[in-house]
Design a protein around this ligand. Structure first.
Ligand SMILES: [Zn+2]
Length: 141
């Protein structure tokens, strides 16, 4: 798959984004497009699609950068969300790249994500049934 994704093919477009820091196996860049001000991507240099494909050195490297930049975003935000999506069922777009990356999203109680999600929260969150809980536990043991 190397060379087929936007990150590998084009790298991070310097006209659209800014690389904040490079380490041995990964780098941190401003997301483009972004959800909120300061939305960051922590990206392994080697093309992998799932976090489980990282070797131990790469995993330690990317998590160390994630930890460092989680603290840095607190200089201008009240909190953050850290996430990694693996959704190979979606077609690649400007917002969807099949190159594993961790998103650090600065958060606050007045950001647009909070404002939009709070209106949907009651319809998105459900109490799982006893059967669902037992099924998921059985599958994940
Ligand atoms: Zn790639």
């Amino acid at each position: 798959m190397t060379g087929t994704c936007r990150f590998c093919r084009d790298g991070i477009d310097p006209k659209k984004t800014r690389i904040m820091r490079k380490s041995k196996y990964s780098y941190v860049a401003l997301a483009y497009p972004r959800l909120v001000k300061g939305h960051l991507l922590v990206i392994p240099k080697r093309h992998v699609e799932r976090i489980s494909e990282l070797n131990n050195e790469e995993l330690i490297d990317i998590m160390a950068l994630t930890r460092k930049y989680c603290e840095k975003v607190l200089s201008f935000s009240k909190g953050y969300t850290v996430r990694n999506n693996y959704m190979p069922f979606l077609t690649e777009t400007e917002r969807k790249v099949n190159h594993m990356h961790i998103q650090i999203i600065p958060r606050g109680d007045s950001d647009k994500i909070y404002a939009k999600s709070i209106t949907l929260e009651n319809t998105l969150f459900e109490r799982p049934s006893k059967e669902e809980i037992e099924d998921v536990i059985k599958r994940l043991k």
